[in-house]
Design a protein around this ligand. Structure first.
Ligand SMILES: [Zn+2]
Ligand SMILES: [Zn+2]
Length: 385
């Protein structure tokens, strides 16, 4: 996509502006793209590459002399193609922080961020729960155990030892950040970095709570019961509001998501709320008809296999599948019939079967008509696959 060494790069195209764009339009376009692709806000590696291009384009187009080179068909950033800017040849040098770019446009970083609060919301958590088909179908109250963080009861989340208080950070004077001046292609940027002494909080804890060491929360293992509704499916997530971990400084707990994993069933395979199973009947039973007893998930059904049933035929038992999660009713149960041809015949059986074939004129197989062969092949696959 990038043509840095081949031909002059299309800096206007990178910023999505016309060749007549005003300085203001270029600035606006750059700010918009920086918001979208800066590595601080977009972790995608491709975004990082894109951001380099965006920076290079802004570096060139915001500088009258460099822009002139571009308008004459040259590339001021190409090796030997013109004077290198403050960022060095070929790019804009080290990344300027996202906030610094915003600050550079909005005029000054001073006081724009302020100290980070000690109390922050807790993270969400996810837990995998394995269930049998019977449990996903009809619901269950499942006991679960989570490793999580709960509020420190010694300090109620404050992080300070009893009778002590937070102190203003001396390194940053309570601002939570320290300023530095950086020379970039944007000119001089006053940038602020979080204070390393107080981690940006602006305060320190001279006497941390002995239970949580100042965290305001403690790690623990919790047991709880999740109510799984009837009809859930593999991969679904159930959200338990504020059952995730408590945040630093005793912040609001995150959510806990329980992800359902359905164990494969010995007999039934599930497609949506429908269930499928296979039953093999002997050739004679398929020809003469028979009665089957099918154990469904929650009942026993007697079904009649009609005389003359073909391999691969299917019977549907209505509302014997999985209950619908939303609304009422249930899926169906499909019984797929295989027909088994006897493989070992004793002399008597063979004689009878030959006589039977003779009465039906079936001693010789006939070539199927077009279509017949394919539909029979299909049935054969359905019956055995
Ligand atoms: Zn504590
Ligand atoms: Zn500080």
């Amino acid at each position: 996509m990038r043509t840095r060494n081949a031909v002059a790069r299309d800096y206007y195209g990178i910023l999505g502006v016309s060749r007549e764009a005003s300085d203001d339009e270029i600035k606006r376009a750059y700010r918009k793209l920086a918001r979208q692709f800066h590595p601080d806000v977009n972790p995608d590696p491709e975004a990082q590459e894109k951001f380099k291009d965006i920076n290079a384009a802004y570096e060139v187009l915001s500088d009258d002399r460099k822009r002139q080179i571009v308008d004459l068909g040259g590339d001021p950033l190409a090796p030997g193609g013109g004077a290198a800017g403050p960022g060095g040849p070929g790019g804009a040098g080290p990344f300027v922080g996202f906030q610094d770019i915003m600050d550079a446009f909005f005029g000054g970083a001073t006081g724009s961020r302020g100290p980070r609060p000690r109390t922050r919301p807790g993270a969400d958590a996810i837990l995998r729960l394995e269930l049998d088909l019977n449990e996903t179908a009809f619901g269950v109250e499942a006991p679960i155990t989570v490793d999580t963080a709960v509020l420190c009861t010694t300090c109620s989340g404050a992080g300070t030892a009893a009778g002590t208080h937070l102190a203003t950070c001396e390194a940053c004077g309570g601002r939570g950040e320290v300023q530095s001046v950086q020379r970039t292609f944007l000119g001089q940027v006053v940038s602020a970095r979080p204070c390393t002494v107080c981690q940006g909080h602006g305060t320190t804890i001279p006497h941390p709570c002995p239970t949580c060491a100042g965290e305001g929360r403690v790690r623990t293992r919790r047991s709880l019961t999740v109510k799984i509704p009837a009809g859930v499916e593999d991969g679904m997530r159930i959200r338990l509001a504020q059952q995730g971990e408590v945040g630093p400084g005793g912040g609001t707990a995150g959510d806990l998501y329980v992800e359902i994993h359905e164990r494969p069933h010995d007999v039934y395979s599930r497609k949506g709320d429908d269930l499928h199973c296979r039953v093999t009947v002997p050739m004679t039973a398929a020809a003469l008809g028979t009665r089957l007893t099918i154990k469904t998930l929650d009942s026993e059904e007697t079904v009649d296999v009609k005389a003359g049933t073909q391999p691969g035929s299917t019977m549907r038992l209505r509302a014997r599948g999985v209950p619908h999660l939303r609304g009422t009713g249930r899926g169906d149960l499909y019984v797929h019939l295989d027909v088994r041809t006897p493989t070992k015949l004793d002399a008597d059986q063979e004689r009878m079967l030959r006589e039977f074939a003779k009465t039906r004129g079936e001693e010789v197989a006939e070539l199927s008509k077009q279509g017949g062969f394919f539909s029979r092949m299909r049935d054969a696959f359905n019956g055995h696959g």
